[in-house]
Design a protein around this ligand. Structure first.
Ligand code: AMP
Length: 212
């Protein structure tokens, strides 16, 4: 069973997916994380993706399909969250109602006022070791550049610069937002108000998904 997470960049999809994984036994497949792994390793996919990601544009659909095949093929769990896929209608159509034996249960929209996101994302810092996130002004790590949780290196993502963030928001508006109507028309759409504390939003996610 697959849950699709849709939301503007910085809406909190990754954070909520991580909680669902920890508390409800889901496996999270983040296409952004998978691509960053390829970039770091310098694979052919990474070489295609690097500049495109830094600009805040979408990586070609066929590259994403390759990532999906690779990742979904190795997953042992039957409950999967897709964080970051599909990002446009063509990808949604590729996914259909079922992919590689996984049925799509619903598309959860983490809805948040997009005005707030430029400030949130352009100040975001991420630990490249454990994925913990911080904010330069509102929640800096105790020691600059060092993760409080694992002592790994904390830095800004290449695509969290203000220019890139603005472009990612435009791409979201143009390419990803039409997915909301697409999943509404299929009766698979669930909306969650994404504004508030992490646990507060998580309760809404649980209610919307109605999972035991
Ligand atoms: P994310 O970590 O989800 O914010 O994704 C970071 C970047 O990876 C995006 O801005 C895109 O450049 C790329 N990316 C991730 N998922 C997709 C996708 N489904 N289609 C195209 N590009 C993607």
């Amino acid at each position: 069973m697959i849950l699709i997470f849709i939301g503007a960049p910085g809406a909190g999809k990754g954070t909520q997916a991580e909680l669902l994984a920890k508390r409800k036994g889901f496996y999270t497949l983040s296409t952004g994380d998978a691509l960053r792994k390829h970039v770091k390793m310098g694979t052919p996919v990474g070489l295609i993706a690097k500049e495109i990601m830094a600009r805040g544009e979408l990586v070609p659909d066929e590259t994403l399909l390759q990532i999906l095949k690779e990742e979904l093929g190795t997953i042992k769990k039957d409950k999967v969250i897709l964080d970051g896929y599909p990002r446009n209608l063509k990808q949604a159509e590729t996914l259909g109602n079922e992919i590689f034996g996984h049925k799509i249960a619903c598309a959860l929209h983490l809805d948040i006022d997009e005005q707030l996101l430029v400030e949130r994302l352009s100040g975001r810092l991420v630990c490249s070791n454990c994925g913990a996130t911080y904010h330069m002004k509102q929640q800096p790590p105790g020691r600059p550049g060092v993760c409080d949780k694992c002592q790994g290196p904390v830095s800004q993502r290449a695509d969290d610069t203000e220019e890139s963030v603005r472009r990612r928001l435009e791409v979201y508006q143009q390419s990803t937002k039409p997915l909301l109507a697409y999943y509404q028309s299929k009766g698979m759409y669930r909306r969650v108000d994404g504004l508030g504390g992490i646990d507060e939003v998580f309760k809404r996610v649980e209610n919307a998904l109605d999972i035991p």
